[in-house]
Structure formats: structure tokens, C-alpha cells
Design a protein around this ligand. Structure first.
Ligand SMILES: Cc1cc2nc3c(=O)[nH]c(=O)nc-3n(C[C@H](O)[C@H](O)[C@H](O)COP(=O)(O)OP(=O)(O)OC[C@H]3O[C@@H](n4cnc5c(N)ncnc54)[C@H](O)[C@@H]3O)c2cc1C
Length: 280
């Protein structure tokens, strides 16, 4: 099937993009890598009247390291994250996640911001943003606002972005020296969205878990931290005693791939594996 008819605009900067989004309101959609939006339009799941193509806006691209944080521009291609020496050095969690995001051809065009703005509950990058305590930078008619990753993902394909707003970047605090991270997911085929996934980040000072942030994806309507599990890990040297807390932290729903009980089982297996890897 082909997409329904739409108008197309290619703004040169953020101000022009915001003016277009404000003018066309609910009828406009941002076009980034197009790897999710274009298939959705072809399947007629989405039918925007106006596409606002942000691909020429240089200010939205790139990875920058400053004193306290690493900033990823919304239009940064997923392949750039995969190959970046700065990401490998400062945010190895994202480097570990990237090979699991779709396939190379999709990562060549797909963007960091597109993945986060889409809000797919089984996507890798939103879970990494949550585990790493990222802050999203959003621009709108009234200026910029900052939204913590915890408050950004609102539900199934729903985020805190309001109509007329553009996701500009995300800022990640630079991890302190004793901090480590690990990533794992189970998918039916490599490159598919995860059946269940875990992104974990925290301190291992003195051989004990501390300040852990453990984000699960593919188990609910959005990426979510397991707060009881994180608390139970505090001060522990091993993961096993904390795993039972996932029974109350997570309430997975059955989907095409697995029953709810199977997802909970897989989440526990994966959490144990990922936390042991982090500890090592
Ligand atoms: C076969 C296949 C397999 C895939 N597997 C995976 C996978 O395993 N894991 C995974 O995470 N993803 C997967 N994807 C999705 C892929 O990663 C997409 O690239 C990503 O979800 C969307 O990024 P994009 O840049 O292509 O965004 P687009 O498709 O251009 O946009 C997606 C949505 O985000 C909005 N948007 C984009 N950028 C902004 C912005 N800056 N501000 C506000 N709104 C914005 C758009 O309006 C649209 O609603 C897969 C896709 C395909 C086709």
C-alpha cells in the first residue's frame, strides 16, 4: 500500500520547524529517519497531512562531551551511536545496546530522537536513557524545557512531547569511576524488537551493588525501572536474593511472543545474567 497524500516541508533550522509544527498542529508529524513513520504511513496506521522533515537541521545532530554530561542530538543516526568512540568510552551501555536495534540498514537512517519520540515499549534506547538517568531537551513555541527520562515515557507509543514540540537532544550525566553497566535482551531473531530486555547501570564500589538503576523493556507499556529490585540490591554482593522482588515490580502482559508468566520468568533470567555481568 502507499501512504495517503501529504504535504512536505523541509525547514532549515529549529525555529522554522517549530513554526511549521505550530501552524499545522495535530495535522503535522516530524520526519526523522522515517524508519518507523514511513512504514506506518504505508500501512495507513498514520496519516499526517504535513511531514516536517528535520533531516537538514544541523543543530539537531551530533554527540558532544562536556564537563558533566554527554549530549546526543535528536537527529544523530543510530549507526553514529554504534561507532562513536565517545559513546563507547562514556556510555558503554548504549554501545552494548546498539547492535540489538533493528538491522544495519535501518540504523543507517534511524535516529536517536526518532526512537525515543516513538516510545515503543520494546525499544532499546529509551530503556538505556532511563537506566542512565538522561534528561530530554524539548523545544516548543515557548522555549526549551527539560524532562527526566522517568517522566518522558508515558505509555504505549506515548511520551511527554506535546503537539508542536520537537525533541532536540538528550543529556546523559557522565558516569563516576566506580560505575558500570550491562545490557541484555531476548528476541526471537537478532534485530527484532525485544521480547524482554534489561539495561542496568550502577556502582560496584567495594564489590557491592549500590545506586543501581535497572530498566526493563518489552514487559509493559513503557520502559520501567524495577524499584524494589534496585533497593534489594543495595549493599549486596550477589544478585540472587533480590530477584524475587521482580514478582511485584513487574506486571508483564502477554503478547504475540510470550505469556505473562513466561515474560516474568525471562525477565528474572535476564536480570540475573546482566547483573552478574555488571558485577564482573
Ligand atoms: C524492520 C524493523 C525493525 C526494527 N527493529 C527495531 C528494534 O529492534 N529496536 C528499536 O528500538 N527500533 C527498531 N526499529 C525502529 C527503528 O529503530 C526506527 O529507526 C526508530 O524507531 C524511529 O527512528 P526514526 O529516526 O526512523 O524516526 P521516524 O520514523 O522518522 O519517526 C518516528 C516517530 O517519532 C517522531 N519523531 C522523530 N523525531 C522526532 C523529534 N526530533 N521530535 C519529535 N518527534 C520526533 C515522528 O514524528 C514519528 O512519530 C525497527 C524498524 C524496522 C522497520
Amino acid at each position: 500500500m502507499k501512504a495517503p497524500r501529504f504535504a512536505y516541508a523541509r525547514p532549515a533550522n529549529v525555529a522554522e520547524a517549530l513554526a511549521l509544527l505550530d501552524k499545522h498542529k495535530d495535522e503535522a508529524r516530524v520526519l526523522a529517519g522515517g524508519q518507523s513513520l514511513v512504514p506506518m504511513m504505508n500501512f495507513r496506521v498514520a496519516a499526517p497531512k504535513v511531514l516536517v522533515d528535520i533531516n537538514r537541521i544541523a543543530a539537531l545532530t551530533g554527540i558532544k562531551v562536556s564537563k558533566n554530561h554527554l549530549r546526543i542530538g535528536a537527529l544523530t543516526r543510530q549507526v553514529e551511536l554504534e561507532r562513536s568512540a565517545d559513546i563507547a568510552r562514556h556510555l558503554p551501555l548504549i554501545a552494548a545496546a546498539m547492535p540489538h536495534v533493528a538491522h544495519p540498514a535501518i540504523r543507517n537512517r534511524g535516529t536517536f530522537g526518532g526512537s525515543c519520540a516513538l516510545g515503543d515499549p520494546a525499544a532499546e534506547l529509551p530503556a538505556c536513557a532511563l537506566a542512565l538517568g538522561a534528561t530530554f531537551v524539548v523545544a516548543g513555541k515557548k522555549g526549551e524545557r527539560r524532562i527526566a527520562a522517568e517522566d518522558f515515557f508515558k505509555g504505549l507509543y506515548a511520551t511527554a512531547l506535546k503537539p508542536g514540540e520537537l525533541l532536540v537532544a538528550a543529556e546523559f550525566p557522565l558516569p563516576k569511576p566506580s560505575y558500570a553497566s550491562a545490557f541484555g535482551e531476548l528476541a526471537r531473531r537478532h534485530g527484532d524488537y525485544a521480547m524482554v530486555g534489561v539495561a542496568a547501570h550502577g556502582s560496584r564500589k567495594g564489590g557491592k551493588f549500590s545506586d543501581m538503576r535497572v530498566a526493563f523493556f518489552g514487559v509493559g507499556d513503557r520502559p520501567q525501572r524495577a524499584s524494589g529490585f534496585e533497593k534489594a540490591l543495595e549493599g549486596q554482593s550477589a544478585v540472587d536474593g533480590a530477584l524475587a522482588r521482580l514478582d511485584t515490580d513487574l506486571a508483564p502482559r502477554a503478547d504475540l511472543h510470550a505469556s505473562a508468566a513466561m515474560k516474568l520468568h525471562l525477565a528474572k533470567v535476564l536480570a540475573a545474567r546482566v547483573l552478574r555481568e555488571l558485577a564482573a
